[in-house]
Design a protein around this ligand. Structure first.
Ligand code: GUN
Length: 290
């Protein structure tokens, strides 16, 4: 049995925050406080927690963050008007519309409405396009956090085989693009998803598996090769022994001893997503002052 190293997102995110203090200080000297507008539509309990955790971090770093809470039945037009108003407000360098949105609102239309220069989620087609040609401005926060963790813990990626399970615009697709870019990963990449027959055929070849399918504890030891590094992006709430607990997409107990390393849930990729949102907002503030 090999030792499985735990790749702590708390440790890696603290290293990033250490490097951000000087950048935040330099902006403050110019009279600029990086500011985030977070928009939350409806009552989705998980979204409420995510947005609160994000803005709490901004507060603790002395940054500006406002939450705009809109009711579930908000009209698409009203949301677009609010985004337009914040696009033109110099106090905010970043705009985050928490997803998912209620079904009657077209998410793509909303993402298109955010000014690409304030799109700290990196979801606007202009920013997604810049990532895909290897010239990124705002990289989506979770994929950016994954790449940071791999680098922070010296997990080799150059020339390795990365298998991504999940093809969402938020995680799976951008992390597959980043891993393949010569400048960021230079890996060989396979993207699998819910329509992939015989998923194990692919995951058992991987040096690094990014599990982003949203299935609690799905990925067990039978899916991986000895010594694989596992990046667990899942945040799933399940009932266990009569208690509500959060688990990832990886079955930690099963892979421990077979995987060389894994990101835990919680305290793995979750804190990295928040850290990268802060970094993207600081970057946006820097770009606005140049
Ligand atoms: N929902 C799940 N992850 C994210 C994210 O990174 N940003 C936004 N805006 N919504 C999300």
């Amino acid at each position: 049995m090999a030792d499985t190293v735990i790749l702590s997102g708390i440790e890696a995110s603290n290293a990033l925050y250490d490097s951000l203090h000087a950048r935040i200080g330099a902006l403050k000297e110019k009279g600029v406080t990086p500011g985030l507008a977070a928009i939350l539509v409806g009552e989705n309990p998980a979204s409420q927690i995510y947005v609160r955790n994000k803005t709490k971090k901004f507060d603790s770093l002395g940054l500006k963050s406002d939450i705009y809470r809109l009711p579930e039945d908000t009209k698409e037009e009203e949301l677009l008007e609010l985004i337009n108003k914040i696009n033109n407000d110099d106090l905010f360098h970043g705009i985050l519309v928490q997803l998912p949105l209620p079904k009657h609102i077209d998410s793509q239309k909303v993402i298109h409405a955010i000014s690409p220069s304030k799109d700290v989620d990196g979801f606007h087609p202009e920013n997604a396009g810049l990532v895909s040609i290897g010239n990124p401005r705002f990289i989506p926060c979770t994929p950016k956090g994954i790449m940071y963790v791999l680098k922070h813990f010296n997990v080799p990626i150059n020339g390795k085989h990365v298998v991504v399970v999940g093809r969402s615009n938020i995680v799976g697709r951008p992390v597959s693009v980043l891993s393949s870019l010569k400048s960021m990963g230079n890996a060989t990449v396979t993207i699998c998803h819910s329509g992939t027959p015989d998923l194990k055929e692919f995951t058992t070849q991987a040096d690094i598996v990014v599990a982003a399918m949203g299935s609690p504890e799905f990925l067990d030891a039978s899916f991986i090769k000895d010594g694989a590094c596992l990046i667990d992006v899942g945040i799933n709430r399940i009932e266990r022994d009569g208690k509500s607990v959060i688990v990832g997409d990886v079955n930690e107990a099963s892979v421990t001893g077979k995987a060389s390393a894994l990101t835990p849930v919680p305290k793995g990729i979750g804190p990295m997503t928040i850290a990268m949102l802060v970094e993207n907002t600081v970057l946006s503030a820097e770009l606005s002052t140049n």
